[in-house]
Design a protein around this ligand. Sequence first.
Ligand code: FES
Ligand SMILES: [Fe+2]
Length: 349
Amino acid sequence: MTTAPTPCPDGWFAVAFSSDLRPGQVRRSRIAGDEVVVYRTRSGLVRVTAPHCPHLGAHLGRGGRVVGEQLVCPFHGFSFDTDGTCVATGYGTRPPKASLRLRHSHEANGFVFVWQHHAGLPPQWDLPRLPHDYPHTAQTTHCFRGHPDDPGENSVDIGHFAHIHRITDARPLHTFTTDRHRAQLAVTGRKILGPYGHGIDAVIRYEYWGLGFTVIDTHIPRLRIRGRVLNAVTVPIPGQLQMRTRISSALTTGSTPAKGPLWLDRLLATALTHAVRPQYVRDIRQDIGIWHHKTYVERPRLAEGDGPITAWRRWTRQFHPVHPTDPVHPTDPAHPTDPINPVHPGARP
Ligand code: FES
Ligand SMILES: [Fe+2]
């Protein structure tokens, strides 16, 4: 029996940045080979729907528009409410019993996520809402050939830190810990900067929420810098990966970003984030260069110095439930039924 991961795992995956969608905007995106239409109503609600109108099949992402809280089809002007119901025709006649095929969506932390499940089960767990304690955030997107397991496995693959990223003396601060769809790892190491090999000690904490969302917190005590990278990966089509990233950093006092005068915090945080972003992009492009050409080795020949790759793979198998012995991910009692999209009025990045 193969244990190779499936192309489109289960979980929450981002289809847009929140900032991609101003009120009234309609966009197209892709997940697991399916096109979806993502839109924001005038009051700020986000909805994600299958792209074709149930009337006569027009594409809602090609000319569809938001009027108030409704999405209006470009073909005959039928309107759809936020629960997907058709509430008006373009002729002023009684609307048919019809509905959009809404996807479960959730806007959090500057992303719009969609729930993806191979058997069509409703969301089995929630994503966190992180506090907004960074005054400035930069965003990047990378699209490449890869698999959604690659970025996460890369982060526990401590052996490559020195070879690819010039992080020496990397070692885990604790074992790779898991709790259902969540996992955590903390690593300490010395980042070598500049041509003269100056090193700076850092602690990096990874928190994984399925395969689609990772929070990476970095602390550099000597420079009193704290940084946060939010990575949201999606499989637009099998074999391709889209990685949306939000990068923040700030000076810190202890465990939280410093709270000085607002304008000064903003200025420093913006300057820091602009300085950190190119370094992050350099690092991620080095990884992508490897992922693009690598293959999946089912039985890797691991050695001392590798990170907790076996534990990582054991944890990720729950998101690839096609193997005969795998249970379908158990239903969370907090989600006994199929909630309409969690609604977060006016949620903004
Ligand atoms: S196809 Fe959408 S209103 Fe007719
Ligand atoms: Fe890497």
